[in-house]
Design a binder for this molecule. Structure first.
Ligand code: SF4
Length: 440
C-alpha cells in the first residue's frame, strides 16, 4: 500500500529548503507527497520560532490533525524546525500532545530510522546508513529555480534572535558539494539558484583547496560567487541574507559578476546606533550608509531590500525617527517590517524590557509601510520604457508572471510554454508591486 506524506512549512527560505529535503528523503523511502492533510499517513510541520504568532499556529494545527487518527490509527505526526531546535529543556515538547516525532532539523538524517522504529510495517527495511544533512537531495516543486543551502546556523547572537539557539553554530558546506549540487540542478533544467545561509556572505569554504587557481578573489564568499558564475547553463544567481558587518570590497566587486541579479537584500534592522548596539548588530548606521554608497557606486542600478524591527526594547520615538531617516537616505526598493516580539531564551528576553506598547509598535510599523509603498511606487517609474529580463513563474489567463532582474513581479502577455524560461520584455506600465510589460 502506498503511504502519503504532507508537509506544512512556516518561516524563511531556509525552512522551505529544509522542507524540500524532508520531502526528498520521504520520497526516497517510497512515500508520495499529497497536498491534502487528511489523506496523509505522515504529517509534518516545519516550524519557525522567529515570532510568537508562528509558534502559536503550530499548536493549532497539531490539535486539528488529531481528528485524522479516527480513520488512520497509525498516523504519524512530526514536528521539526526551529521549535524543537530551541527546546533544550523539553518544556515546549511537553506542551504539545499528539506528536510522534519531535526533532531539530540537524537530525533530519535520522528520520527514516525513526519512522522505521515507529512503524516497521509501513516503513520496512533497514535505514542504518545515515546520510549527512547536506547529502539529502531536495525534492523541488519547480526545476528551473532552486534554493541551495551553503551554510547552516549562526554565530552572531543578535540579542532578539532565536536562530543561533534553534539551528546551532555556523557550519559551512564544502565548496565541492555546493558546485556539484548546482551542476545536477542545471542538468535537470535549473537556470536560477538562490544561495541560502543565515549569514550567507560570511561563507568560509571548509575545502579551500577546491577553489580554481584562476579565481581572482580571496574572500571566500566572493570566490564562491565567481565559481558559480563559471558554471555553464546557469543564468541567474541570487543570495540571501547578507550581513553588513561581513560585506567586503571583494563582495562588492562580485556584485558585478555577469550572472548576479540586480538585487541585494541587506538587512539593517534599525537606523539608530544605540538600538543597533542593543541588538548586538556589529555595525553603525554610518557603516551601513557607507556600504550602501559603495555598493551603488559599483552597481548603480541595483535594487536594495532590507529588514527592520520596530519597537525593540526601549526604542524611543526619536530613535525610531533615525530609522525613518535611514530609510529615506537608502531609498530601498522593498523592506520587511517586524513589530518586535520577545522570544524566550534570547538575550533581549533576559536583559531588556519589551516596553514599547503594542499600539506604538503598530504605528511605527505603519509609518515604514507607507514609506515603502511611496518610495517603491516612485522608484519603479524609472523602469518605464526599459528592457528587462523575466524568469517566468506562472501563466494565468494569457498572462505570464515572474521576477525581473531586480526581483520585481512583472506581467506580460505570453504562453504557458514560457514557464521556466527567461524572456526579454519592455516595461510599459509601473505600479507599486507590479511592472506591466510587453514581450520583445
Ligand atoms: S545574524 Fe542575527 S538575526 Fe540573523 S540569524 Fe544570526 S542571530 Fe539571527
Amino acid at each position: 500500500m502506498k503511504a502519503y506524506f504532507y508537509i506544512l512549512t512556516f518561516g524563511c527560505q531556509m525552512n522551505k529548503n529544509d522542507s524540500e529535503r524532508i520531502a526528498g528523503l520521504l520520497t526516497k523511502i517510497g512515500l508520495k507527497e499529497t497536498k491534502l492533510p487528511e489523506k496523509a499517513d505522515v504529517l509534518f510541520i516545519n516550524t519557525c520560532s522567529v515570532r510568537q504568532h508562528a509558534e502559536d499556529r503550530v499548536f493549532g494545527f497539531i490539535r486539528e490533525w488529531q481528528k485524522f487518527r479516527i480513520t488512520k490509527p497509525n498516523l504519524i505526526v512530526g514536528v521539526t524546525g526551529c521549535l524543537p531546535g530551541r527546546d533544550k529543556d523539553g518544556k515546549l515538547q511537553k506542551k504539545i500532545p499528539g506528536v510522534d516525532l519531535f526533532f531539530p532539523i540537524v537530525e533530519l538524517p535520522t528520520l527514516s530510522r525513526r519512522l522505521h522504529e515507529l512503524n516497521p510495517k509501513l516503513f520496512p527495511g533497514s535505514f542504518d546508513s545515515v546520510e549527512e544533512y547536506w547529502q539529502i537531495e531536495p525534492k523541488l516543486d519547480k526545476n528551473y529555480s532552486a534554493f541551495v543551502t551553503i551554510q547552516n546556523g549562526c554565530n552572531n547572537f543578535c540579542t532578539y534572535c532565536v536562530v543561533p539557539y534553534a539551528r546551532g553554530v555556523e557550519k559551512n558546506r564544502p565548496l565541492k558539494e555546493i558546485l556539484q549540487e548546482i551542476k545536477v540542478l542545471i542538468k535537470n533544467g535549473c537556470v536560477e539558484v538562490t544561495l541560502l545561509g543565515q549569514v550567507v556572505n560570511n561563507y568560509q569554504a571548509p575545502d579551500k583547496e577546491n577553489f580554481s587557481k584562476k579565481n581572482p578573489f580571496s574572500d571566500n564568499f566572493a570566490a564562491l560567487l565567481w565559481e558559480i558564475n563559471q558554471i555553464k547553463g546557469l543564468k541567474r544567481i541570487h543570495w540571501t541574507a547578507a550581513d553588513p558587518q561581513h560585506f567586503t570590497d571583494e563582495q562588492i566587486q562580485a556584485l558585478t559578476l555577469p550572472k548576479q541579479i540586480n538585487f541585494l537584500h541587506l538587512p539593517v534592522q534599525s537606523g539608530n546606533n544605540q538600538i543597533l548596539k542593543k541588538m548586538n548588530r556589529k555595525y553603525t548606521r554610518e557603516d551601513y550608509l557607507k556600504l550602501v554608497k559603495k555598493i551603488r557606486k559599483a552597481r548603480p542600478e541595483i535594487a536594495l531590500g532590507t529588514d527592520f524591527i520596530v519597537g525593540f526594547c526601549g526604542e524611543t520615538k526619536k530613535q525610531f525617527l533615525d530609522t525613518v531617516d535611514l530609510y529615506k537616505k537608502c531609498d530601498f526598493d522593498i523592506s520587511y517590517h517586524a513589530q518586535y516580539s520577545t522570544r524566550s531564551g534570547t538575550v533581549a528576553h533576559k536583559m531588556f524590557k519589551d516596553n514599547v506598547t503594542r499600539e506604538e509598535k503598530k504605528s511605527r510599523w505603519q509609518v515604514l509601510q507607507e514609506l515603502m509603498v511611496d518610495t517603491t511606487f516612485k522608484k519603479n517609474k524609472k523602469y518605464l520604457g526599459k528592457e528587462n529580463f523575466v524568469l517566468v513563474d506562472s501563466f494565468v489567463d494569457g498572462w505570464c508572471s515572474g521576477n525581473s532582474q531586480e526581483l520585481k513581479l512583472t506581467r506580460f502577455r505570453g504562453t504557458p510554454k514560457m514557464i521556466g524560461t527567461i524572456q526579454s520584455v519592455k516595461i510599459v506600465k509601473t505600479d507599486t508591486w507590479i511592472l506591466w510589460a510587453e514581450k520583445l
